[in-house]
Design a binder for this molecule. Structure first.
Ligand code: BES
Ligand code: ZN
Ligand code: ZN
Length: 466
């Protein structure tokens, strides 16, 4: 699909009409007969009039995205090649069309996509400002779609060294610095927590570090750390078969970091941004790490392993230590991870759990998420849950001794690897729910959604406007 921004009427094959507040202005009789009410995401095609009507109800940017997503799906079910739409909210229209147009066809033998469609978005005046909003929205939405492609790719086609290669590719396209560290480096620098998780896999673990530096002196330093489990079988604490399906999505946090880094250089923000990914495969075998093992992380803390399926936190612990050792004077450090099933149980499939020591920063992250159409909510830490991670034989245990509050206890585990000076700068995002849903929702498709990308980019945009 191609998008064009215009300010004069153009001749397109078909017109998309966004129906606001259920107020139908033309073709009233036929639309009534066809029982079109103009409800949100409701579409109808009048072939003779060459119009697609799409309901929007109350006009706000989220509803415009949903309407445009529904409209492009309707257009895709036809052979019309071009469409025009009058819409002032350029950002929402662009994102709605691009995100709604996504489909994952890599493994389909027949190419189901036909000729490329062109959509003309008509506004009052195409000026510099409008053009830049248009470009930025395209950058963000195409980065989200790139992440969806990565996450949907199967574990046999996307393993740690492929993730590293993808990072190198993104870096060279966007003029970023990219370092890839292998297991020898992990061993030498004491990252034995991360190393242990990948030990039984035939794919060697990789630590990936991307850096963006703005042309002017950076006003802030922001770090994104991603869980890149290219597959999570659970390890020796093996997942039941039904729960193992979809665990290719355990690389969603790391993939979101790739998406953020892919977009950042085009957004022209005065921030130095780092993207760090622990790319690892959690498998079983004679060399697998075991429940009962005690691992030593990069910061010297010892971890009693009681469940090898709580592996994400082991990888992130070392990656967080790496980030804080290597990057000085951090302003914000985020981690993004499909960390716990408990988070999905607690807040539902569509919502990200936001945790940290600074309630203010957590609220800012939630606000940015809601601003750009992602769902997020805070989950507060407390000292009683912290105590449930105590180990009798090591400094900390990788699972809690209670089955309650699993998303928070996982967050509290990570907190043990945050240095004192960064305590209030750290924000943990548990994206286990929204990263991968096995049915479509709004402008998100079945499977990977690219959760985390838009909210983190929005957080930086909001920070810049403060
Ligand atoms: N990758 C899973 C979490 C997950 C579950 C992500 C469902 C997406 C959907 C994680 O590594 C895991 O297995 N966590 C365990 C932790 C438990 C052993 C304390 C879980 O949530 O059950
Ligand atoms: Zn696991
Ligand atoms: Zn996992």
């Amino acid at each position: 699909m191609k998008l064009k921004l215009i300010d004069k009427k153009t001749k397109a094959d078909i017109q998309i009409v966004i129906v606001e507040n259920k107020k139908i202005k033309q073709n009233k009789q036929i639309l009534k007969t066809l029982k079109f009410k103009g409800e949100l995401e409701e579409t109808i095609l009048l072939p003779e009039a060459q119009i697609i009507y799409v309901g929007c109800e109350e006009v706000n940017s989220e509803n415009i995205k949903l309407a445009c997503s529904a409209a492009i799906k309707k257009l895709n079910s036809t052979d019309f090649k071009s469409a025009s739409v009058v819409c002032d909210d350029v950002d929402a229209a662009v994102q709605g069309f691009i995100l709604g147009d996504y489909s994952f066809t890599k493994y389909k033998s027949e190419d189901s996509k036909d000729i490329e469609k062109t959509i003309y978005i008509q506004i009052d005046k195409v000026n510099k400002k409008a053009q830049s909003i248009f470009d930025e929205a395209q950058t963000i939405a195409t980065s989200v779609n790139m992440v969806r492609d990565i996450v949907n790719t199967t574990p046999d086609d996307f393993y740690p060294s492929i993730m590293a290669a993808k990072a190198v590719e993104i870096a060279s396209k966007n003029k970023l610095k990219c370092e890839v560290y292998d297991e020898e480096y992990l061993d030498k620098t004491g990252m034995h927590s991360m190393l242990a998780v990948g030990r039984a896999s035939r794919h060697k673990s990789k630590l990936i570090h991307l850096t963006y530096k703005p042309k002017i002196k950076a006003k802030k330093k922001i770090v994104f750390v991603g869980k890149g489990l290219t597959y999570d079988s659970g390890g020796l604490s093996l997942k039941p078969s039904d729960f193992m399906v979809s665990m290719k999505s355990d690389k969603s946090g790391g993939s979101a970091v790739l998406g953020i880094m892919n977009a950042i250089s085009k957004l022209d923000l005065p921030f130095e941004v780092h993207g760090i990914i622990g790319a690892v495969e959690n498998m079983i075998g004679g060399d697998a790490y075991k429940p009962d093992d005690v691992l030593t992380a990069r910061n010297g803390k010892t971890i009693e392993v009681r469940n090898t399926d709580a592996e994400g936190r082991l990888v992130l612990a070392d990656c967080l230590c790496y980030a804080q050792d290597e990057i000085k004077d951090i302003d914000y450090i985020f981690d993004l991870a499909t960390l716990t099933g408990a988070c999905v149980v607690g807040v539902g499939q569509y919502t990200t759990g936001v945790m940290g020591n600074s309630i203010m920063s957590c609220h800012h992250a939630v606000k940015s998420a809601l601003n750009c159409g992602e769902l997020a909510t805070t989950l507060p830490f407390n000292r009683y849950l912290k105590k449930t991670l105590k180990s009798e034989i090591a400094d900390i245990c990788n699972i809690s001794n209670t089955r309650y509050g699993g998303a928070i206890t996982a967050g509290l585990f990570l907190n043990e690897f945050i240095k004192d000076e960064n305590k209030d700068k750290w924000i943990h995002l548990d994206i286990a729910g929204p990263a991968y849903v096995e049915k479509s929702w709004g402008y998100n498709p079945h499977g990977a959604s690219g959760a985390g990308v838009r909210m983190c980019l929005q957080f930086m945009k909001d920070l810049n406007n403060k």
